[in-house]
Write a new protein. Sequence first.
Length: 163
Amino acid sequence: MTIDPVITYMKQLQQLHESLLSLSQKKTEALKTNDVTGIQQLLIQEKKHVQAIEKIEKQRERSVAQWASEKGLPTHGRTVSELIEILDGEEKERLQNAYEALILVLADLKRQETLNTELTQQSLQFINMSLDLLQPSIQSVNYGGKEGNNSGTAKRSIFDSKA
């Protein structure tokens, strides 16, 4: 067996991650414009992409295990990096190129998702601040607690209780 199926799965993963990166960039714009319905639709599409990525990743893992067993190598937990070290010649170069292309897309996707996370955090902070401004605190409604009225002097009643 050649390494071709593994390379094919790597290229499919790269394409799916590039598409996911595009969705992530659209989500950034939706976050900036406060487009809630757009964000919801993008999240649904992202979920479908993630499911497809998981499916292809499992196929890639099976393909790697099959290749390793045919070569008489341990099959459990084989990584693409290990395959690159084992291979030589043209197969090694093709797998290396597919691996590096996927890593670059993953790095871009991670940066984009970090930006989206920061934008979401800022939006939540703004919402919390707005809610705090709109809702008075309990202390201001009660005009201060018992501790606030004590100024260190004993209170005297208008009426003398001993009379």
